[in-house]
Each structure stands twice: as C-alpha cells, then as structure tokens.
Write a protein that binds this ligand. Structure first.
Ligand code: COA
Length: 297
C-alpha cells in the first residue's frame, strides 16, 4: 500500500532499529528508508541481518546491520557507537526487539519470565541509556535544532490481562512505564521525545505465528467482536507519524494501533433490541411511584 507521507519526511535522519531485521521491525526499517532515513538494524542473527540489509539496499536505502543482543550492555554500547561512526549521527532509536512464547503462569519458570523481561524491558532501557549521549540536544553529530526521538514498541496485553502471557504483559507494562518516564525526564532535560506504539495482532509476523497460530486465529473472530488483523504497514505508518515532524509536539504517548480490539467485549444485547428495551426501562422508571422499591414494580 502506498504511503500517505511525503517521500522526504525523514530525509537526513539516521535511525537505529533493534529487531529491525524481521517482522514489524523490518517494516519500520523499510518504510523509514523509503521516506529518506538511513537505517542501522541490530539483531542477534547474522543471516537475518544480511538478508534484511540486502533487501533494503535493493530498494535504494542506505542500510547497515550490526550483530548484537539487547540483553548485553556492551553490545548495546557498541552498536550505538558503530551507528554513529557509520552515519555521523543518530536521530531515531526504535526498540522493536522482543521475545515471546505462549505459556501458562504455572508452567513458566522464573528464568523464562526473566528472559522476556531482560529482552523487552531491560533491553529497551539499556538501548535508550546508551543512545542518550547521541540523541540529546547538542550531542555529537546533532545540529543545534534539537534532540532526537525514541519509539518503543509494546503491546496492549497488560491493559487488562492476557491468557498465557504473564511474562510479556509484565514486560510490556514496564516498557510503557519506561516510555512515559523517559518522556518526562529526557523531554524536559534534553529535548528528546519518547513515544510508544502498542500494536494489536499484526499479520505475517513472528509474534503472530507464535501467539496465534491459524487454529487460534480463526476461533478468535467468534468471541471477539472487533477481532481483525492489522498489517505491519499500519505500525510503520504510526512510527513515521511519531518520529517525523508531524509528531513534534507528541511526547510520552503510547499510540494504540489495533483497530480498537483492546476495547473488545462480546455484544450482550442485539443492536435491534437496545432501543426498545431502553425506552421500556425509561418509561418504567418514570412511572415508578415514589417510595416503591424498583424490585417491587
Ligand atoms: N515455554 C516455556 N518456557 C520457555 C519457552 C516456552 N515456549 N521458551 C523458552 N522458555 C524458557 C526456557 O525454558 C528457559 O527457562 P529455564 O532456564 O528455566 O528452563 C528460558 O525461557 C530461557 O530460554 P532460552 O531458550 O534459553 O532463551 P533464549 O535466550 O535462547 O531465547 C526466547 C529467548 C525464549 C524469548 C526466544 O523465544 C527468542 O529468542 N525469541 C525472539 C523472537 C521472538 O520471540 N519474536 C516474537 C516477538 S513478539
């Protein structure tokens, strides 16, 4: 689908995207590149990185891949520095790296819980921490016009509760808290905008194939009225909006991109009956003699 944004909306910007070699991260890399940004992607698997970088090059996008694990502070530091050395600045950090699997709370070991917290929550903070020096107003490679921006990808799982996702719900709640706190501190001190995107179920991603294999996916439509799949493109467009000047006054927001799914509740009354019933209830309460309990009517 064609982008509604101008092709040069991110021209001259340098973006580092963790987990940028696959899924939502790769789509953000591609769309940022198509809108003028130079792209550094960070990931654990060399093969995935090489494939992604050559796909970006084939579209005329300036791109480089750096191997690294967001759980290791030394990797985070090295990759941030390498991005700066390679492109001469760092304007946008996108934390898209994540880990996930379906498991009931009773079958999840504390180490399994910790592993996802380490990747999603601590990893996000570590990347932000290492990137601060380059993103802050007046930092190396920055002109005096202002600070850079950070986008953290979370989820909507923790808004209520999610079956078999205790570890990810906890981790994404921490990511959202990190987004807001950094927006407050670094927005004020360093002119860095920090925002988040909370995707709903997005088709054709590693997350979807792990969390909602086809068997579950088709059943979800039966009991979740708003159940629809989004596209990676939807998340990338939200990312362009927040990272570009279109979002220049947006700081500390977590933009939900899920088609309204998190509001989903089964319809308890057919639409046609609402009007009739509502009028009957109104009439009953109007006609109620004062002092008579409603249960006696
Ligand atoms: N069910 C229950 N526990 C699981 C599990 C599963 N499906 N997969 C891993 N774990 C547990 C392990 O048993 C281990 O705990 P233990 O030491 O108590 O046994 C712990 O998690 C770490 O597992 P390990 O395989 O050593 O971690 P890893 O660092 O190699 O891999 C994962 C990290 C598990 C998150 C892996 O799924 C991953 O790399 N994911 C990245 C890609 C991804 O998930 N993308 C989707 C994003 S939405």
């Amino acid at each position: 689908m064609e982008s509604p944004f101008k092709a040069e909306v991110l021209k001259g910007k340098v973006a580092l995207i963790t987990g940028g070699g696959s899924g939502i991260g790769f789509e953000i890399s591609t769309q940022f590149g198509k809108h003028g940004a130079s792209i550094a992607i960070m990931g654990r698997r060399k093969q995935v990185l090489d494939f992604a970088v050559s796909a970006l090059h084939s579209q005329g996008i300036q791109a480089v891949g750096f191997e690294g694990d967001v759980r290791k502070q030394e990797d985070a530091k090295r990759v941030v520095e390498s991005t700066f050395k390679h492109f001469g600045s760092l304007d946008i950090l996108v934390n898209a790296a994540a880990g996930n699997f379906l498991v009931s709370a009773e079958d999840l070991s504390p180490n399994g819980f910790r592993t996802v917290m380490d990747i999603d929550s601590v990893g996000t903070f570590t990347m932000c921490h290492e990137a601060l020096k380059y993103l802050k107003k007046g930092g190396p490679g920055r002109n005096s016009s202002g600070g850079g921006t950070i986008l953290n990808i979370s989820a909507t799982l923790h808004y209520t509760a999610s079956w078999y996702q205790i570890h990810v719900s906890a981790a994404k709640a921490a990511v959202d808290a990190t987004t807001r706190n950094l927006a407050l501190e670094w927005g004020t001190d360093y002119d860095i905008r920090v925002n988040g995107i909370a995707p709903g179920p997005i088709s054709d991603t590693p997350g979807m194939s792990k969390l909602a294999p086809d068997e579950i996916n088709s059943r979800s439509k039966d009991y979740m009225p708003l159940y629809k799949l989004g596209e990676k493109w939807d998340i990338a467009m939200a990312a362009i909006y927040l990272a570009s000047d279109a979002g220049k006054f947006i700081n500390g927001t977590i933009l939900i991109v899920d088609g309204g799914l998190w509001l989903s509740r089964p319809r308890h009354l057919p639409k046609e009956e609402v009007k009739q019933l509502s009028r009957a209830v109104e009439k009953r309460s109007r006609d109620k003699p004062i002092g008579v309990p409603t249960s006696k009517l």
